[in-house]
Design a protein around this ligand. Structure first.
Ligand SMILES: Nc1ncnc2c1ncn2[C@@H]1O[C@H](COP(=O)(O)OP(=O)(O)OP(=O)(O)O)[C@@H](O)[C@H]1O
Ligand SMILES: [Mg+2]
Length: 587
């Protein structure tokens, strides 16, 4: 199933990916917030009325009135506390959780939908950092609802209540609020730009760090710890430098905005006193103005911090979105069918392919492999052997021609069904940091007995049994606790269990010494059944059992025939290579 890319801007992402899919919980949260602000302002109003009622002096009547007010204030406060708790729980459960759940799910599906080429071209760490960045959504939501929305409803209500006391008080408060918001916006513009730079610098540093840690063996072998440290420090320093500048710029703007807010408060208070002196408002009203200024402008002074956090989050999300709006390079067609394999006949028809414009790897390449045929591919390094099997797996799309399996163009079938029908033993066996059992079964639900049988076929049972934890041994990151030959045999056992109609071996024995090579070659022979086999090899001796061998040069088949035919061919390229290898082995 194709997954839609994410919108390109953080703001659209917020609207279309987060708010709209959860519009009802979002609306309910807004209403709950609105009720909260109402109660809060009602409390201020009641306190102001209480002060006003006390003004008339001590009497039984005034005392009764005051007690009534205190009682109502107490009840309102209790309701407020209860409501705040309920609103908080509702937000967490029905909004934040479901939004995060959705976003994580979408992000994972989208990342996995990218081609291998895309993923290997990005640093894993950078991808990880970016996935994390788009999930700054919870705090973004929290700011939107519990800050911006709360603040807007609060200000609107305060303007309404102040206007009720005296229209000019309301107008002045409105003007001050707008001015503070505008000043805030401009004061934060500079730090917003820095925020974006900061999140980019962080992703770069994290990407580099993960790359170095995952290649730590190489780093140590080449004694390059200081070299890597130096590069990491440079990136880290860049990141910290931007971070510090962001904080400094923000702090100066925050101080400026705070001064402006205080100025507005003093102005409003002076105006309230003036109205009182003209007997246009009473003492209770001045108390209300005081309380309003206190809470209202407190929000306004926090607006800067919240806006900064919000802008920071948006910048984070924006930087994190990149792999999520890059279109998938290889997609299933909308009407893609399942690949149906009967004979497993493979045909490359007029295939043209290049990684870049400068160099064509294949140009009009033709090769037909009959169902059940075993074909060995030979050729000097860099002549396109691995590329050929990558194309068969549709790791890249070809630029011209067709690749057919049992007459079905691999472009017209689903990638899942294509991969399902192939078992691959790659040159570099990759194992997960999991048990040997899990690595062999890899996602197939089979009994321990079957796993052992497969390991026996792959000549791996003996060495696995000798390990302290046997089949439950953890193999270390990328299988680092096993030897090259052992890793290969695990890969072969995996292929045995998979039992696919097409088997691909990419130089399965090239990195091994003769003894290990013999064991692996035996394992491969055990594996071979009646499936179609494509085997790439530098060690030609491993190809003796193949029905046909093709010699690839510059993306063209320059020789083909059985092992013996090619080995005997006068001035043949294969024969020359074979002679050289025999000589080397004898020496
Ligand atoms: N992902 C890639 N992007 C760009 N160029 C690539 C990529 N992979 C391979 N190439 C180039 O394509 C050419 C063919 O590479 P390929 O890996 O198919 O060779 P090969 O025959 O398998 O070599 P070897 O015997 O060394 O494994 C090489 O010149 C290589 O540099
Ligand atoms: Mg190769």
């Amino acid at each position: 199933m194709t997954v839609k890319p994410f919108p390109k801007t953080a703001f659209k992402y917020l609207i279309y990916e987060c708010i709209l899919p959860c519009k009802w919980p979002f609306l309910i949260c807004m209403i709950l917030m609105f009720i909260e602000t109402n109660i809060y302002n009602l409390l201020n109003w009641l306190i102001a009325q209480l002060v006003e009622s006390l003004k008339s002096g001590v009497s039984i009547e005034a005392l009764h009135k005051a007690l009534w007010f205190v009682g109502i204030v107490a009840v309102c406060e209790a309701i407020n506390i209860f409501l705040r708790k309920e609103a908080f729980l509702y937000r967490q459960k029905n909004l934040y959780f479901s939004v995060q759940d959705r976003i994580y799910g979408r992000a994972l599906s989208y990342i996995f939908g990218h081609s291998v080429n895309y993923i290997i071209n990005k640093q894993t760490g950078t991808l990880l950092a970016k996935t994390k960045q788009i999930n700054s959504i919870q705090s973004t939501f929290s700011i939107l609802l519990t800050r911006f929305w709360y603040w807007i409803s609060d200000i609107v209500l305060k303007i309404f209540l102040l206007s009720f006391i005296n229209i000019w008080l309301g107008v002045l408060f409105l003007v001050c609020s707008v001015l503070v918001a505008v000043v805030n916006y401009y004061a934060n513009k500079a730090s917003n730009r820095l925020n974006k730079m900061q999140s980019k610098a962080e992703a770069l540093y994290t990407g580099w760090l993960v790359d170095v840690i995952s290649n730590i063996r190489l780093v140590k072998q080449f004694n390059r710890i200081n070299y890597e440290k130096k590069r990491l420090y440079t990136l880290l320093r860049q990141f910290i430098k931007i971070k510090v500048s962001t904080i400094l710029v923000w702090f100066s703007s925050y101080t400026g905005v705070s001064c402006f807010i205080h100025l507005c408060s003093i102005m409003m208070l002076m105006f309230a006193v003036y109205l009182w002196s003209k007997s246009l408002i009473n003492v209770g009203d001045i108390v209300f103005v005081l309380l309003t200024l206190n809470t209202g402008f407190m929000w306004l002074s926090e607006l800067g911090i919240n806006y900064r956090q919000f802008a920071n989050n948006l910048a984070y999300i924006q930087a994190g979105l990149e792999p999520f709006y890059d279109a998938h390079e290889i997609e299933d067609l909308p009407d893609a069918k399942e690949l149906k394999v009967k004979n497993a006949e493979i045909e490359f028809r007029n295939v043209g392919f290049s990684y870049s414009e400068q160099k064509k790897i294949f140009d009009g390449f033709n090769l037909r492999i009959k169902g059940g045929e075993r074909v060995g591919i030979v050729g000097l390094s860099g002549n396109g052997k691995t590329t050929l099997i990558n194309l068969l797996q549709r790791a890249y799309d070809i630029q011209s021609g067709e690749i057919l399996i049992d007459g079905q163009n691999i472009k017209n079938v689903t990638q899942a069904s294509l991969h399902q029908n192939m078992a691959i033993i790659p040159q570099e066996t990759v194992l997960f940091h999991r048990t040997l059992k899990e690595n062999i079964a890899y996602g197939i639900n089979v009994s321990d007995k079957k796993i052992k049988q497969a390991a026996k076929v792959a000549c791996a049972d003996e060495f696995i049994k000798a390990l302290p934890e046997g089949y439950n041994s953890i193999v270390g990151e990328r299988g680092c606790k096993l030897s090259g030959g052992e890793r290969q045999r695990i890969a072969i056992a995996r292929a045995v269990l998979r039992n696919s109609p097409i088997l691909i071996l990419d130089e399965a024995t090239s990195s091994l010494d003769s003894e290990a090579e013999n064991i692996v070659a035996e394992a491969i022979n055990n594996l071979l059944g009646n499936q179609t086999v494509i085997a790439i090899a530098h060690r030609l001796s491993t190809l003796r059992k193949m029905d046909r061998i093709i010699y690839l040069e510059n993306g063209k088949v320059v020789e083909e025939g059985t092992f013996n035919q090619l080995a005997k061919k006068k001035n043949g390229k294969f024969a020359k290579l074979w002679k050289m290898q025999q000589l080397k082995e004898r020496n």
